[in-house]
Structures are given as structure tokens and as C-alpha cells.
Design a protein around this ligand. Structure first.
Ligand code: HEC
Ligand code: HEC
Ligand code: HEC
Ligand code: HEC
Ligand code: HEC
Length: 250
């Protein structure tokens, strides 16, 4: 009898806790109706493109940081019905949409203020919507992915305007390739360094990485070239120094 009582208490606790978990989950879901509806597996078949946009966001830096659909698209994420949730939502083909090509920098800039302030210095931004549809944030970062696209994808968009026929700075494409290549190597070395060296040793290189990002988003490639070479040299020196030190202590 005593045993049975123990079992039923355990059972009761188990049922109660799964009920609470269920309640919490439901609350979390209904807090963002955009995600709740868009993640529906039925779209995989019904509307593949729509589903892919959801899939690109899922697990991205933005998802992890709690940035959701309405932060870039608008709309009301508390409404269950599509028509009400979409009420203020506009297609990217609508000029006033938050994600129309021309408005993308401003929308991203709400949160990425520093990058935005650099970008508006560029010749690309100044010509945006006037005569040039040069690159905007998603040309290189994808949407809503946050990694820089493969170098080859980025470069193929640049080549459209910067080539020998247009004679608009055709050398820029090679320069962009070199900088992106150095940044790739630097990112690997930075990752290694942050695991093996104390933070105080990395202040200089972290600052330099930020400087490159600033120059890059201004499309000031003269500076970005110089800074990316400098960063690579500094990181290689740190790497060599750390190895020497490791050998000595062995
Ligand atoms: C109940 C389901 C449902 C909810 C809730 C919902 N959507 Fe949608 N959404 C859809 C469907 C279905 C489509 C495909 C086009 C259509 O049927 O209107 C769509 C299309 C879209 C598109 C592309 C539209 C276009 O015109 O190109 C965007 C962007 C979008 N939704 C964002 C959002 C955002 C942001 C929210 C929350 C504020 C949201 N959705 C809430 C079902 C939903
Ligand atoms: C970081 C900003 C950002 C977030 C977060 C974001 N989007 Fe988008 N989305 C954009 C931008 C910019 C575009 C327009 C450019 C493009 O089509 O790639 C877009 C385009 C779309 C489109 C294509 C519309 C069309 O008609 O071509 C759909 C569908 C969409 N987003 C759905 C979603 C859904 C669903 C979520 C949340 C799960 C979401 N987006 C989260 C920025 C974002
Ligand atoms: C509502 C705020 C918000 C908006 C709008 C937004 N982001 Fe973000 N973004 C964040 C946060 C928060 C993070 C994660 C923390 C961080 O790295 O800054 C992030 C991360 C990123 C990263 C990775 C940063 C890194 O250090 O690796 C990139 C790239 C990025 N966002 C690009 C964009 C682009 C492009 C858009 C527009 C299409 C956009 N973001 C719109 C808030 C936002
Ligand atoms: C021509 C390609 C290109 C364009 C256009 C571009 N970026 Fe970047 N972005 C890069 C590269 C390259 C890096 C540096 C490598 C990295 O951090 O992944 C970077 C880094 C970033 C970072 C992380 C570093 C930092 O300084 O915070 C954010 C956030 C970001 N970009 C947001 C944006 C936003 C917002 C826009 C539009 C206003 C934009 N980018 C336009 C290529 C681009
Ligand atoms: C739709 C056309 C177009 C595309 C695509 C384009 N650009 Fe440009 N770019 C221009 C124009 C126009 C200028 C201004 C030229 C001038 O006034 O000297 C420019 C200027 C620049 C400059 C500054 C040159 C200087 O000396 O000030 C750089 C750097 C640059 N682009 C890099 C890129 C990169 C990298 C890409 C690809 C991610 C790219 N561009 C894609 C049209 C484009």
C-alpha cells in the first residue's frame, strides 16, 4: 500500500510537470504567431519559397538573438489570423515596405547603427534608388542569414557593374577578393587566438577587425586593403609567439 502511494505521488508529479511544460510551450508559441504559422511543415509542399525563407531564419544569428520576422517586416505577431498579423505587412515589391530594396539599409540600420553610419558614406548608398542599384546589406549577407555569402556569390554581383566594358573601377573585384580571402584566414586565426590567448592580448587585433569592417562598409577599399594586410600580419605574429611559448613550457 505504501509503495502504491509512492507510485501515485510520483505519477501525479510527473503529470503536473508535463502539464506545466505544455502550458509554457503554448505561451511561448502564441507569443510569436509569425513563426508559429510560417514554420508549418505543410508549406514545404504548398509554397516552397515561403518555407525556405522560414528555414533560412531558423537557427540564424538573428533567431538566436531573439530577432524575429516582425523586426524586419512589421506586422502584428500577437494575431493568430494571417490577415490580422499581416495587416501592416507589405510585400518587398511595395516601395514603402521595410524590406523594399531601397529601404533595406535603413531597416537593418535600426539595430546595426555603426555599420549603417559607415554604409551611408559610400557612393553606393548615395546613388541608391537614383541611378544605381548597387549592393545593399543582403547582397553580401543573404537574407535573413547573417554570414557573408560565399566570396564567389559576392564577387559575381560586383562584376555586373565593375568590369572592363563599363570601365567603372574594374580592379575593385580583384581587390574585394583579396580582402575577403584575408578576412577568412583572419577569422580562423581570431577564433584560435580567443581560445588560446588572454583577452588583453587581443584588444589590438579586435580593434583592427572593427576598423576593416568600417572601411569595408564605406567601400573605402584603399583602407580595407591596408588594414586587412596589417591584421593578418599581427595575427600571424601572435600565432608564432604563442607557439614558441608553448614549446618553452613543454
Ligand atoms: C496563420 C498563418 C500566418 C501568420 C500568423 C503569419 N503569416 Fe506570413 N504568410 C502566411 C502565408 C500562408 C503566406 C503566403 C502568402 C499568402 O497566402 O498571403 C505568408 C506570406 C508572408 C510574407 C511574404 C508576403 C509577400 O507579400 O511577399 C511575409 C514577409 C510574411 N508572411 C511575414 C509574416 C510576418 C512578419 C508575420 C507576423 C507579424 C506573419 N507573416 C504571420 C501565413 C501566415
Ligand atoms: C534580419 C531581417 C529579417 C528577418 C529577421 C526576417 N526577414 Fe524576411 N526578408 C528580409 C528582407 C530584407 C527581405 C527582402 C529581400 C529578399 O527577398 O531576400 C525578406 C523577404 C522575405 C520573404 C519573401 C517575400 C517575397 O515576396 O519575395 C518572405 C516570405 C520572408 N522574408 C519571410 C520571413 C519570415 C517568415 C521571417 C521570420 C521567420 C522573416 N522573413 C524574418 C529580412 C528579414
Ligand atoms: C531588431 C534588431 C535587428 C535588425 C532589424 C537586424 N539585426 Fe542583424 N543582428 C541583431 C542582433 C541582436 C544580432 C546578434 C548580436 C550581434 O552580433 O550583434 C545580429 C547579428 C547580425 C549579424 C552577425 C554579426 C556578427 O558579428 O557576426 C549580421 C551580419 C547581421 N545581423 C546583419 C543584419 C542585416 C543584413 C539586417 C537587415 C536585413 C539585420 N541584421 C537586421 C539585430 C538586428
Ligand atoms: C559588399 C558586401 C557587404 C555589404 C553590401 C554589407 N556588408 Fe556587412 N559585412 C561584409 C563583410 C565582408 C564583413 C566582415 C566579415 C564578417 O564579419 O563576417 C561584414 C560584417 C558585418 C557585420 C559584423 C561586423 C560589425 O562591424 O558589426 C554586420 C553587423 C554587418 N556586416 C551588417 C551589414 C549591414 C547592416 C549592411 C547594410 C547597411 C551591410 N552589412 C552591408 C560585407 C558586406
Ligand atoms: C549596379 C552597379 C554596381 C554594383 C552591382 C556594384 N557597384 Fe560598386 N560602384 C558602383 C558605382 C556607380 C560606383 C561609383 C563610381 C564612382 O563614382 O567613381 C561604385 C563604387 C564602388 C567603390 C568605390 C570606388 C572609389 O574609388 O571610391 C567600391 C570599392 C565598390 N564600388 C565596390 C563594389 C563591390 C565590392 C561590389 C560587389 C559587392 C560592387 N561595388 C557592386 C556601381 C556598382
Amino acid at each position: 500500500m505504501k509503495n502504491l502511494k509512492g507510485v501515485s505521488t510520483a505519477l501525479f508529479v510527473a503529470i503536473l510537470s508535463s502539464f506545466i511544460i505544455l502550458m509554457l510551450n503554448t505561451a511561448a508559441f502564441s507569443a510569436d504567431t509569425c513563426v508559429n504559422c510560417h514554420k508549418d511543415d505543410k508549406f514545404r509542399v504548398q509554397n516552397k519559397q515561403l518555407f525556405d525563407y522560414y528555414k533560412n531564419w531558423e537557427g540564424s544569428d538573428h533567431d538566436v538573438a531573439g530577432i524575429s520576422c516582425q523586426d524586419c517586416h512589421g506586422g502584428d505577431p500577437t494575431k493568430e489570423k494571417k490577415e490580422q498579423a499581416h495587416a501592416e505587412h507589405l510585400s518587398p515589391y511595395d516601395e514603402s515596405s521595410m524590406v523594399s530594396y531601397k529601404n533595406i539599409p535603413k531597416t537593418c540600420g535600426k539595430c546595426h547603427e555603426k555599420v549603417y553610419n559607415n554604409f551611408i558614406e559610400s557612393k553606393h548608398f548615395k546613388a541608391l534608388g537614383r541611378d544605381v542599384n548597387g549592393p545593399v546589406c543582403i547582397t553580401c549577407h543573404g537574407n535573413p542569414l547573417t554570414n557573408v555569402y560565399y566570396t564567389s556569390i559576392v564577387l559575381s554581383t560586383c562584376t555586373g557593374c565593375h568590369n572592363l566594358q563599363t570601365n567603372n573601377h574594374p580592379e575593385i573585384v580583384g581587390s574585394a577578393e583579396n580582402i575577403l580571402h584575408r578576412l577568412n584566414v583572419c577569422r580562423g586565426l581570431l577564433k584560435w587566438s580567443s581560445r588560446h590567448l588572454e583577452a588583453s592580448k587581443l584588444e589590438g587585433v579586435n580593434q583592427l577587425y572593427q576598423d576593416i569592417s568600417n572601411s569595408w562598409h564605406q567601400f573605402n577599399f584603399t583602407n580595407a586593403e591596408k588594414e586587412s594586410k596589417e591584421l593578418l600580419d599581427q595575427l600571424r605574429a601572435l600565432f608564432r609567439e604563442a607557439h614558441k611559448w608553448e614549446k618553452k613550457t613543454k
